[in-house]
Design a protein around this ligand. Sequence first.
Ligand SMILES: [Zn+2]
Ligand SMILES: [Zn+2]
Length: 348
Amino acid sequence: MKAAVYHGPRDIRIEDVAVPEPGPGQLLIEVSRNGICGSDLHTYVGAARGGATMHVPGVVLGHEFAGTVREIGPGVDDITVGTHVAIAPIEWCGQCYACTHSWPQMCRQLGLYGGYRLPLHGGLAPFACVSRRAAFVVPDGLDVNSAALAEPMAVAVHAVRRAPTILGSAVMVLGAGPIGLGVLQAAIASGATTTVVTEISPARRHAAQLLGASAVLDPSVDDVRAALRDLSAPGMDIVFETTANDAALAQGLRALRPRGTLVSVAGWGELARVDMGLAMAKEIDVRFTMTYEPAIDFPATLQMLASGAFDPAVLISDHIPLERLIDNGLEELLHHADQHVKILVDPS
Ligand SMILES: [Zn+2]
Ligand SMILES: [Zn+2]
């Protein structure tokens, strides 16, 4: 089968690899779609946190995928061939402090399908083997292609669960990429009364408007401070930071009300500059979020996708075949991210 194999920065090759066979406790998944993530771009250009060594050469990339169970390994008896599943692409040790507290996303030996830290082949291939515990059944009413959105939307669900009560709150989302738009929808579904989104890309601002944000601002042009004064007099209750950008972070801190909460969702490649004096003057609370707790966040996310709380039609901007991954996927997102939300790859 043809798969996207990582060999090094700017060296991802579509090449022949063997179809994997499920070992004990594993499933063979026929991949229907695999989304391209911002972290895949970091891997591609060699800018991932910790350097290129965090990725294992020779491994099939891709960690946002869904598909159909085609074979079942020894010892698995609670799922049948033909079942549609979305993959929570993390592996964990089960024994460290985080694992024994049901927080596998913070496992000391965390690895990701797609080759982050462990040689686990990912979803940019027609077939992938995953642990039974990584596979979550796609509910009726959700098509298996759209289920590839479960992974990034689970990040949004987890961020909203980590935040203070959203019901009745004024919420600001910095950035309207796939994660920011997911946070927006999860906040609306959780009963936010006001939702403000800041984003410099016109296409992503348009998506935020389609998804029902109360206000969508271009921080490079609009007077954000004046707009917020009109919307929420004492300031925002909760700000979600999804940009990994200092200027956006500063804007978020200014927008918060006294004792408001900043929720940091983005993966930062560099140190942030934070106005600690301003944060002190307003007694700002800060919470960080790290991906998701699969057992809680994946079933919730899949139900929200099935019920329409997340809108795949707005979130998915293109479907491309695997052989176009570099030109129409990675390069396209590097140079024209402002025209896209999520690009899904069809590896069949
Ligand atoms: Zn990702
Ligand atoms: Zn662990």
